[in-house]
Design a protein around this ligand. Structure first.
Ligand code: B16
Ligand code: MG
Length: 216
């Protein structure tokens, strides 16, 4: 019997990747680097600073900036990203998410968020689902990002569930690897790519049967 659910944010609860893309593309352009949507795919689930490092390396500009300059660039990107989120609302929840969270609440299943995003609390509030979560892991407290299992282990611990009794929901390969390394059941959510190692893959949350999942 499963006792807790751990959710990634971007790509699982809502699709913020398109806004990350616009903000990174503009920043990269200002540095003379052109990125496309395929490159943006490689940034999913990756922290803000690691994303910047990947972009600079892609444009062969990795040795051109001090740490302070890179922090300013990351801040500039985030300022634009946050502006793009201004109109985010409940209508931006991915299909089936609200229903699934409401059912989890009815079953008294605690839920937490394991996202690399420092903007997660603000985004969840705008989406109107913040109250469904007992805990949001602060990515600043982590030693390693996904695919390391640390974030998932913390997310389970904070809602009082042992990893073996938890189910993790992810849209990125690195996330699925982290969930499995944490010793949890992994549900992959993607309509476009096959997530290797997922115990179950669906194209959207509308396909999930909570009663069935709980008995796994
Ligand atoms: P922020 P997830 C990740 O979210 C995004 O997929 C990734 O593109 C982004 O760089 C990262 O959050 C950090 O976000 O700049 O808001 O702190 O998939 O882990 O929910
Ligand atoms: Mg994601």
């Amino acid at each position: 019997m499963k006792k807790g659910f751990i959710f990634d944010l971007d790509g699982v609860i809502t699709d913020t990747a398109k806004f990350h893309y616009i903000a990174w593309k503009d920043l990269a352009q200002s540095l003379g680097i052109t990125i496309d949507e395929a490159f943006n795919e490689t940034l999913k689930g990756i922290s803000r600073m690691d994303s910047l490092d990947k972009i600079l390396a892609y444009g062969q500009r990795e040795n051109d900036f001090t740490l302070a300059e890179k922090e300013a660039l990351a801040q500039k990107k985030n300022d634009e990203y946050v502006k793009l989120l201004a109109d985010l609302s409940e209508t931006d929840l991915l299909p089936g998410v609200h229903d699934f969270l409401a059912q989890a609440k009815e079953h008294n299943i605690p839920c937490s968020i394991a996202s690399a995003s420092k903007n997660a609390p603000m985004i969840l509030e705008k989406l109107g689902v913040l109250d469904f979560f007992g805990h949001i892991v602060d990515p600043e407290t982590l030693k390693k990002g996904k695919p390391d299992p640390e974030i998932f282990i913390k997310a389970a611990e904070c809602i009082g569930v042992v990893p073996n009794d938890a189910i993790g929901f992810e849209d990125a390969q690195a996330g699925i690897e982290g969930i499995k390394a944490a010793g949890m059941y992994a549900v992959g959510i993607s309509a476009t790519e096959t997530l290797a190692g997922a115990d179950l893959q669906v194209t959207s949350m509308t396909e999930l049967d909570i009663e069935q999942l709980l008995t796994i």
